[in-house]
Design a binder for this molecule. Structure first.
Ligand code: OAD
Ligand code: ZN
Length: 238
Protein backbone atom coordinates (compact mmCIF):
# COMPACT_ATOMS: atom_id res chain seq x y z
CA UNK A 1 0.00 0.00 0.00
CA UNK A 2 2.86 2.38 0.79
CA UNK A 3 4.53 1.62 -2.54
CA UNK A 4 1.33 2.23 -4.49
CA UNK A 5 0.25 5.41 -2.68
CA UNK A 6 1.03 8.86 -4.05
CA UNK A 7 0.20 10.89 -0.95
CA UNK A 8 0.43 9.30 2.48
CA UNK A 9 -0.72 11.15 5.58
CA UNK A 10 0.33 9.67 8.92
CA UNK A 11 -1.65 10.53 12.04
CA UNK A 12 0.28 9.77 15.20
CA UNK A 13 -0.48 9.31 18.88
CA UNK A 14 1.51 8.60 22.01
CA UNK A 15 2.17 4.97 21.00
CA UNK A 16 4.83 6.02 18.47
CA UNK A 17 6.92 7.53 21.28
CA UNK A 18 6.73 4.78 23.92
CA UNK A 19 9.88 3.16 22.55
CA UNK A 20 11.58 6.53 23.16
CA UNK A 21 10.83 6.26 26.88
CA UNK A 22 7.77 8.55 26.91
CA UNK A 23 4.73 6.87 28.47
CA UNK A 24 1.39 6.97 26.63
CA UNK A 25 -1.88 8.00 28.31
CA UNK A 26 -4.17 4.98 28.50
CA UNK A 27 -1.98 1.83 28.56
CA UNK A 28 -1.22 0.27 31.98
CA UNK A 29 1.17 2.74 33.67
CA UNK A 30 0.07 5.51 31.25
CA UNK A 31 -0.19 9.16 32.32
CA UNK A 32 -3.98 9.13 32.86
CA UNK A 33 -3.76 5.91 34.91
CA UNK A 34 -1.60 7.85 37.41
CA UNK A 35 -2.90 11.43 37.26
CA UNK A 36 -6.23 13.06 36.61
CA UNK A 37 -6.02 15.56 33.73
CA UNK A 38 -6.05 19.24 34.77
CA UNK A 39 -8.77 20.93 32.71
CA UNK A 40 -8.03 24.25 31.04
CA UNK A 41 -10.56 26.20 33.13
CA UNK A 42 -9.02 24.80 36.35
CA UNK A 43 -5.60 25.94 35.14
CA UNK A 44 -6.94 29.43 34.44
CA UNK A 45 -8.87 29.72 37.70
CA UNK A 46 -6.50 28.26 40.26
CA UNK A 47 -2.90 29.00 41.21
CA UNK A 48 -2.63 25.59 42.90
CA UNK A 49 -3.74 23.85 39.68
CA UNK A 50 -1.06 25.81 37.80
CA UNK A 51 1.56 24.87 40.37
CA UNK A 52 0.55 21.20 40.15
CA UNK A 53 0.58 21.31 36.36
CA UNK A 54 4.11 22.73 36.28
CA UNK A 55 5.33 20.29 38.96
CA UNK A 56 4.12 17.41 36.75
CA UNK A 57 5.86 18.96 33.74
CA UNK A 58 9.18 19.44 35.55
CA UNK A 59 8.97 15.84 36.85
CA UNK A 60 8.92 14.69 33.18
CA UNK A 61 11.74 16.96 32.03
CA UNK A 62 14.48 14.30 32.08
CA UNK A 63 12.27 11.95 30.05
CA UNK A 64 11.48 14.55 27.36
CA UNK A 65 15.04 15.90 27.26
CA UNK A 66 16.55 12.41 26.78
CA UNK A 67 14.02 11.15 24.19
CA UNK A 68 15.33 10.53 20.66
CA UNK A 69 13.18 9.71 17.61
CA UNK A 70 12.22 6.03 17.43
CA UNK A 71 11.91 3.71 14.44
CA UNK A 72 8.38 4.93 13.73
CA UNK A 73 9.47 8.57 13.61
CA UNK A 74 12.49 7.74 11.45
CA UNK A 75 10.48 5.62 9.02
CA UNK A 76 8.00 8.47 8.50
CA UNK A 77 10.88 10.93 8.03
CA UNK A 78 12.37 8.64 5.35
CA UNK A 79 9.05 8.52 3.49
CA UNK A 80 8.81 12.32 3.86
CA UNK A 81 12.22 12.76 2.24
CA UNK A 82 11.17 10.33 -0.50
CA UNK A 83 8.26 12.68 -1.30
CA UNK A 84 5.49 10.30 -0.22
CA UNK A 85 4.46 12.15 2.96
CA UNK A 86 3.76 15.89 2.65
CA UNK A 87 3.23 16.37 6.40
CA UNK A 88 2.42 14.44 9.56
CA UNK A 89 -0.65 15.13 11.70
CA UNK A 90 0.17 14.45 15.34
CA UNK A 91 -1.54 14.52 18.73
CA UNK A 92 1.91 14.32 20.30
CA UNK A 93 3.55 17.19 22.12
CA UNK A 94 7.08 15.78 22.32
CA UNK A 95 8.72 17.42 19.28
CA UNK A 96 10.07 14.04 18.06
CA UNK A 97 8.74 14.35 14.50
CA UNK A 98 10.71 17.59 14.13
CA UNK A 99 13.76 15.90 15.70
CA UNK A 100 13.51 13.08 13.14
CA UNK A 101 13.82 15.51 10.21
CA UNK A 102 10.38 16.95 9.46
CA UNK A 103 10.51 20.72 8.97
CA UNK A 104 8.38 22.49 11.61
CA UNK A 105 5.94 23.47 8.84
CA UNK A 106 5.36 19.80 8.02
CA UNK A 107 4.32 18.77 11.54
CA UNK A 108 0.67 19.58 12.26
CA UNK A 109 0.49 19.63 16.05
CA UNK A 110 -3.18 19.29 17.04
CA UNK A 111 -2.42 19.30 20.77
CA UNK A 112 0.50 21.73 20.79
CA UNK A 113 4.03 21.23 22.07
CA UNK A 114 5.36 20.74 25.59
CA UNK A 115 8.98 21.71 24.87
CA UNK A 116 8.22 25.41 25.30
CA UNK A 117 5.65 27.59 27.08
CA UNK A 118 3.24 30.37 26.16
CA UNK A 119 1.26 33.06 27.94
CA UNK A 120 -2.41 32.15 27.66
CA UNK A 121 -3.27 35.86 27.42
CA UNK A 122 -0.95 37.46 24.87
CA UNK A 123 0.74 34.35 23.42
CA UNK A 124 4.27 35.42 24.38
CA UNK A 125 6.62 32.41 24.10
CA UNK A 126 8.76 31.42 27.10
CA UNK A 127 11.51 28.82 27.39
CA UNK A 128 11.02 26.17 30.07
CA UNK A 129 14.29 27.25 31.78
CA UNK A 130 12.75 30.65 32.43
CA UNK A 131 9.61 29.09 33.91
CA UNK A 132 11.69 26.75 36.10
CA UNK A 133 13.86 29.59 37.42
CA UNK A 134 10.81 31.69 38.27
CA UNK A 135 9.04 28.69 39.85
CA UNK A 136 12.08 27.92 42.01
CA UNK A 137 12.46 31.59 43.01
CA UNK A 138 8.82 32.27 43.88
CA UNK A 139 7.67 28.74 44.79
CA UNK A 140 4.76 29.20 42.37
CA UNK A 141 3.95 29.00 38.66
CA UNK A 142 4.80 32.35 37.05
CA UNK A 143 2.63 34.82 35.16
CA UNK A 144 3.56 36.60 31.93
CA UNK A 145 5.99 39.52 32.33
CA UNK A 146 4.10 41.44 29.65
CA UNK A 147 0.42 40.96 30.56
CA UNK A 148 0.39 39.04 33.87
CA UNK A 149 -1.79 36.23 32.55
CA UNK A 150 -0.70 32.64 33.40
CA UNK A 151 2.11 30.95 31.47
CA UNK A 152 1.35 27.38 30.37
CA UNK A 153 3.16 24.72 28.35
CA UNK A 154 2.31 25.31 24.68
CA UNK A 155 -0.03 22.31 24.76
CA UNK A 156 -3.80 22.05 24.33
CA UNK A 157 -5.51 20.89 27.53
CA UNK A 158 -8.96 19.35 27.79
CA UNK A 159 -11.44 22.22 27.58
CA UNK A 160 -9.06 24.45 25.62
CA UNK A 161 -9.86 25.56 22.05
CA UNK A 162 -8.24 23.58 19.25
CA UNK A 163 -5.72 25.50 17.10
CA UNK A 164 -7.60 26.71 14.02
CA UNK A 165 -4.82 26.70 11.43
CA UNK A 166 -3.77 23.18 12.42
CA UNK A 167 -7.36 21.91 12.26
CA UNK A 168 -7.72 23.46 8.81
CA UNK A 169 -4.47 21.98 7.49
CA UNK A 170 -5.25 18.56 8.98
CA UNK A 171 -8.65 18.66 7.29
CA UNK A 172 -7.11 19.48 3.90
CA UNK A 173 -4.50 16.73 4.25
CA UNK A 174 -7.05 14.14 5.35
CA UNK A 175 -9.33 14.96 2.44
CA UNK A 176 -6.60 14.89 -0.21
CA UNK A 177 -4.41 11.86 0.63
CA UNK A 178 -4.83 8.42 -0.87
CA UNK A 179 -3.42 6.55 2.13
CA UNK A 180 -3.99 7.56 5.76
CA UNK A 181 -2.13 5.69 8.49
CA UNK A 182 -3.19 6.08 12.12
CA UNK A 183 -0.24 5.07 14.31
CA UNK A 184 -0.20 4.52 18.07
CA UNK A 185 -3.44 6.18 19.06
CA UNK A 186 -6.46 4.81 20.92
CA UNK A 187 -8.52 7.21 18.72
CA UNK A 188 -10.80 8.22 21.59
CA UNK A 189 -10.02 11.93 21.88
CA UNK A 190 -12.08 14.22 19.64
CA UNK A 191 -11.95 16.21 17.44
CA UNK A 192 -8.52 14.73 16.62
CA UNK A 193 -9.99 11.23 16.26
CA UNK A 194 -12.22 12.49 13.47
CA UNK A 195 -9.41 12.64 10.92
CA UNK A 196 -9.05 8.90 10.16
CA UNK A 197 -12.78 8.74 9.46
CA UNK A 198 -12.64 11.94 7.39
CA UNK A 199 -9.85 10.48 5.23
CA UNK A 200 -11.75 7.23 4.78
CA UNK A 201 -14.92 9.10 3.82
CA UNK A 202 -12.93 11.15 1.30
CA UNK A 203 -11.76 8.03 -0.48
CA UNK A 204 -8.38 7.27 1.13
CA UNK A 205 -7.45 3.83 2.27
CA UNK A 206 -7.18 3.68 6.05
CA UNK A 207 -4.55 1.68 7.90
CA UNK A 208 -4.41 1.50 11.71
CA UNK A 209 -1.22 0.38 13.45
CA UNK A 210 -1.78 -0.08 17.18
CA UNK A 211 -1.00 -2.75 19.76
CA UNK A 212 -4.52 -2.62 21.23
CA UNK A 213 -7.85 -2.53 19.41
CA UNK A 214 -9.05 1.02 18.67
CA UNK A 215 -12.52 2.52 18.36
CA UNK A 216 -12.19 2.75 14.58
CA UNK A 217 -10.78 -0.65 13.62
CA UNK A 218 -14.05 -1.59 11.97
CA UNK A 219 -13.81 1.15 9.33
CA UNK A 220 -10.13 0.48 8.49
CA UNK A 221 -8.96 -1.29 5.32
CA UNK A 222 -6.12 -2.86 7.29
CA UNK A 223 -5.45 -3.15 11.03
CA UNK A 224 -1.95 -4.10 12.15
CA UNK A 225 -2.16 -4.97 15.84
CA UNK A 226 1.57 -5.05 16.42
CA UNK A 227 4.52 -3.06 17.76
CA UNK A 228 5.05 0.19 15.82
CA UNK A 229 8.86 0.12 15.80
CA UNK A 230 8.88 -3.43 14.43
CA UNK A 231 6.17 -2.68 11.88
CA UNK A 232 7.69 0.53 10.50
CA UNK A 233 11.37 -0.33 11.10
CA UNK A 234 11.81 -1.73 7.55
CA UNK A 235 10.91 1.72 6.13
CA UNK A 236 13.75 3.51 7.94
CA UNK A 237 16.05 4.61 5.11
CA UNK A 238 18.87 7.10 4.93
P1 OAD B 1 -3.37 6.69 24.18
O1 OAD B 1 -2.55 6.39 25.39
O2 OAD B 1 -4.83 6.89 24.37
O3 OAD B 1 -3.19 5.53 23.11
C1 OAD B 1 -1.91 5.08 22.73
C2 OAD B 1 -2.09 3.75 22.03
O4 OAD B 1 -0.80 3.34 21.55
C3 OAD B 1 -2.60 2.65 22.95
O5 OAD B 1 -3.78 2.08 22.38
C4 OAD B 1 -1.45 1.62 23.01
O6 OAD B 1 -1.93 0.29 22.96
C5 OAD B 1 -0.67 1.94 21.76
N1 OAD B 1 0.78 1.68 21.86
C6 OAD B 1 1.64 2.10 22.82
N2 OAD B 1 2.91 1.74 22.54
C7 OAD B 1 2.86 1.02 21.37
C8 OAD B 1 3.82 0.36 20.56
N3 OAD B 1 5.13 0.37 20.86
N4 OAD B 1 3.40 -0.27 19.44
C9 OAD B 1 2.07 -0.28 19.10
N5 OAD B 1 1.11 0.34 19.83
C10 OAD B 1 1.50 0.99 20.94
O7 OAD B 1 -2.67 7.97 23.47
P2 OAD B 1 -3.29 8.91 22.33
O8 OAD B 1 -4.26 8.21 21.48
O9 OAD B 1 -2.14 9.59 21.68
O10 OAD B 1 -4.47 14.78 24.59
O11 OAD B 1 -4.06 9.97 23.22
C11 OAD B 1 -4.79 10.97 22.60
C12 OAD B 1 -4.82 12.21 23.46
O12 OAD B 1 -5.27 11.90 24.78
C13 OAD B 1 -3.46 12.84 23.70
O13 OAD B 1 -3.04 13.66 22.63
C14 OAD B 1 -3.68 13.64 24.94
C15 OAD B 1 -4.45 12.61 25.74
O14 OAD B 1 -5.27 13.11 26.71
C16 OAD B 1 -4.71 15.77 25.47
O15 OAD B 1 -4.27 15.75 26.60
C17 OAD B 1 -5.56 16.88 24.96
ZN1 ZN C 1 1.08 37.64 28.25
Amino acid sequence: MIARANTIVPFTGAGISTECGIPDFRSPGGIWTRNRPIQFDEFVASQSARDESWRRRFAMEDVFAAAKPGRGHRALASLHRAGKIPAVITQNIDNLHQASGFAPDCVIELHGNTTYARCIGCGQVYQLDWVKRRFDQDGAAPDCSACEEPVKTATISFGQAMPEDEMQRATELSQSCDLFIAIGSSLVVWPAAGFPMMAKNSGARLVIINREPTEQDDIADLVIRHDIGETLGPFVGN
